[in-house]
Design a protein around this ligand. Sequence first.
Ligand SMILES: [Zn+2]
Length: 65
Amino acid sequence: MGVPGKLATTSELSDDQIDLDQIEPVGLFGVRPYWKDGHNTGIYGLSLLRAICPCDECAAARAAR
Ligand SMILES: [Zn+2]
């Protein structure tokens, strides 16, 4: 299970910790991923995900601003 602050002292993650199980919407602004190891302690804003998305569509949208 996820432990707050654990990533700060972790150098490697297991396959279960980075394998996505499901994802649910949080309000109109974000999503909460559920990982295969059972942790679900993060909420990711849609604007952040767009800002860091490597796809061509998002890169073009960023360049147009
Ligand atoms: Zn994208």
